[in-house]
Design a protein around this ligand. Structure first.
Ligand code: SF4
Ligand code: SF4
Length: 387
């Protein structure tokens, strides 16, 4: 049975968050638990979510007060703490500065790792992917503590403790994985292998203000007033998705893969939730980015054909587009599935849908939220059948 601490926390007040986190660690075993998790002075890497260059307090990135509260607690167990991430687009140093994380790190003498240097690693006992390039700092740390943000996600439905480690793949190499794994199920298997490679040891999920709607970058803030923490990243994510409205965690592609491959605890009966009850913190009318369920019933040989008929697709909100071409830059396909058009003097993207693998990198990284996920009629009908 995996233990997960579920905490209510209503505001980004560092003293309050520190108090709540200390309560959470008490639930999990207190000082002896922490000493076991972090053998004295071992090298600890904190991995917040720095998806892109966002201002401090943005619901896209892990809040700097959560980061500070974690450091206040962990500094009693190690003097060798660093943090890092590699954003999907833009420079990691700027992302760390803008988010307020770098300022906090300097205050506590925490080193910043820009994740630009990678190391090649083999994973013989993988689910799918045996050969890896990951950030050296993430691979070589003794303890990796992930600090994800709870958000909706166009491709993965939800992003939290498991998916946060995709940032351990340096810079533009992330795009390569999307091209190699165009199928969402394989992409999720890859995420599990990645967590094995970097060895994620503990998760503290920032759900005080979560993101609903057009996540992971262009959704709306939602006060979920929650922190979730535990050693099992799969159990933490299982609790998180139930809070936001996926009653069956197996409706989330990556958690279905966890279950199928016995990677970790995901079913409610295998997870002990300590602290608050899920029912008491459940979100009301949380806007999901995608409804639960997956296309497992489709034979892979016809998936490509059916993708065009039923899969969700990226769609432009013309009035928002500023013609920056970032969507074109980040599209991992070769040739690109996006091209730019001039529509009465306004430069904007259009799509070659037969080439689009539905990775939603364009939606994820559009700086102004001008791309959203849409379903055609058949897709909507089939997905309603799965509910
Ligand atoms: S859709 Fe977004 S990323 Fe693409 S050109 Fe318009 S504003 Fe830029
Ligand atoms: S157009 Fe968008 S969703 Fe399609 S492959 Fe390119 S980045 Fe991915």
């Amino acid at each position: 049975m995996e233990k997960v601490a579920l905490l209510r926390c209503d505001e980004y007040d560092v003293n309050l968050i520190e108090k709540k986190l200390r309560e959470g660690f008490e639930f999990l075993g207190g000082d002896s638990f922490l000493k076991k998790l972090i053998p004295y002075n071992s090298k600890v890497l904190l991995k917040p979510n720095m998806l892109s260059i966002e201002k401090a307090g943005s619901p896209v990135v892990t809040h700097y007060t959560v980061f500070e509260a974690v450091i206040r607690i962990l500094k009693d167990y190690s003097t060798n703490i660093s943090f890092g991430d590699s954003p999907g687009f833009g420079d990691s140093q700027r992302a760390a500065e803008r988010s307020g994380l770098l300022g906090i790190a300097e205050k506590y003498n925490i080193q910043f790792e820009d994740f630009k240097e990678s190391v090649h690693v083999k994973l013989d006992d993988s689910i799918l992917c045996k050969s890896w390039n990951v950030a050296r700092a993430a691979y070589e740390t003794d303890i990796l503590i992930t600090l994800p943000k709870l958000k909706t996600h166009a491709m993965a439905y939800y992003t939290g403790a498991i998916k946060n480690q995709f940032g351990c793949v340096p810079g533009t190499q992330k795009a390569t994985w999307h091209t190699r794994m165009p199928d969402a199920n394989n992409f999720c298997k890859m995420l599990l292998d990645l967590n094995t490679v970097v060895g994620t040891d503990f998760a503290i999920l920032d759900g005080i203000v979560a993101m609903e709607g057009n996540g992971p970058k262009s959704g709306d803030p939602y006060s979920l007033n929650t922190i979730i923490m535990g050693k099992s990243i799969t159990a933490v994510d299982s609790v998180a998705v139930r809070l936001i409205g996926y009653d069956n965690p197996l409706d989330i592609p990556v958690l279905k893969e966890v279950y199928d491959h016995k990677y970790g605890a995901v079913l409610p009966e295998n997870i002990e939730v300590i602290g608050e009850k899920i029912e008491d913190l459940k979100a009301k009318n949380f806007k999901l980015c995608r409804k639960g369920g997956n296309f497992y019933f489709i034979n892979p040989t016809v998936t490509n054909f059916l993708r065009g008929m039923i899969a969700p697709y990226p769609s432009l909100k013309k009035d928002r587009c500023i013609g920056c071409k970032r969507c074109l830059e980040v599209c991992p396909e070769n040739p690109k599935a996006i091209y730019m058009i001039n529509n009465n003097g306004q430069i904007m993207p259009d799509w070659k849908m037969d080439q689009c693998i539905r990775c939603f990198c364009c939606q994820e990284l559009c700086p102004v939220g001008a791309i959203e996920v849409k379903y055609n009629r058949l897709g909507k009908i089939l997905r309603m059948d799965r509910r």
